[in-house]
Design a protein around this ligand. Structure first.
Ligand code: NAD
Length: 249
């Protein structure tokens, strides 16, 4: 099995959760992987657990210069890019009455501006026939209290992805979006909720899912592999919900 043999893949937010699981799977499938994240210690730590052709690049996706650096270091190491997986994101919680400018700026700078600037820097270096993947969320079509700005950011990303798909179609570049439901990753611990509230919220989320559980990062990684590989050669412009049916049933 080597569905991505010699393909060059960049994954943002690759030192944790969905990004890390995808990096591991892509490496297993023969890709050369550029893992980016914003904490050097975390990148160094995960590098110890990986096998195959990979490099790590420290890049804060909210900074324009870091996106340029990411693409430069990736192409210096492996040449042109086949797969760009824009996955880094944050999901801070704030009810509408508590939203402030910092909350808005942090969320949009990381979840929306980052991917857009990375694409701009990467496009001249993406091979014709390549693939761009985004991680959105089912929150862009289903309301969860406290996630107003986060939901708006993922909706913006989804809208952007459609225009991008149209603009790159002449090069045979496919653009698709994965919309996860609740996935068991460290993101929940970063939302600023007390431990007991987090546990209760987790139970409530799981109970809402028709399959009755959280998904795993590996389940999203397998979706990313499918969409990035030739198996999905005629799939373009979609947003694929991977949520145990939460947004569908
Ligand atoms: P995670 O917290 O484990 O991973 C997020 C990654 O993004 C980390 O590697 C983090 O370092 C990186 N990141 C955050 N800010 C960054 C920045 N400024 N620059 C560079 N990297 C940055 O969480 P995850 O669940 O694996 O999240 C991955 C993506 O999945 C996010 O876009 C998130 O919104 C989305 N998502 C997650 C869930 C879920 O339930 N876990 C559901 C829907 C969507």
């Amino acid at each position: 099995m080597s569905k991505l043999k010699n393909k060059v893949a960049i994954i943002t937010g690759a030192n944790s959760g969905i990004g890390l699981a995808t990096a591991k799977l892509f490496l297993k499938e023969g890709a050369k992987v550029v893992l980016s994240g914003r904490r050097q210690e975390a990148l160094d730590e995960v590098a110890k657990s990986l096998e195959g052709h990979f490099i790590t690049v420290l890049a804060d996706v909210s900074k324009p210069e870091d996106n340029i650096k990411l693409i430069k270091e990736a192409t210096n190491a492996y040449g042109n890019i086949d797969i760009l997986f824009l996955n880094a994101g944050i999901a801070p919680i704030a009810p509408v009455t508590e939203i402030d400018e910092n909350h808005y700026d942090d969320t949009f700078n990381i979840n929306v501006k980052g991917p857009i600037l990375a694409i701009k820097a990467a496009l001249p270096h993406i091979n014709d026939g390549g693939t761009i993947l985004f991680t959105s969320s089912i929150v862009n079509k289903k309301a969860f209290d406290g996630f107003g700005v986060y939901s708006a950011s993922k909706g913006a990303l989804r809208s952007f992805s459609k225009v991008l798909a149209s603009e790159v179609k002449s090069r045979g570049i496919r653009v698709n979006t994965i919309a996860p439901g609740p996935i068991d990753t460290p993101i929940f611990g970063k939302m600023g909720l007390p431990e007991d509230v987090l546990e209760e919220t987790g139970k409530e989320f799981a109970a809402m899912v028709p399959l009755g559980r959280f998904g795993s990062a590996d389940e999203i990684a397998k979706t990313a592999l499918f969409l990035a590989s030739e198996d999905a050669s005629y799939i373009n412009g979609v947003e694929l919900e991977v949520d145990g049916g939460l947004s569908q049933i």
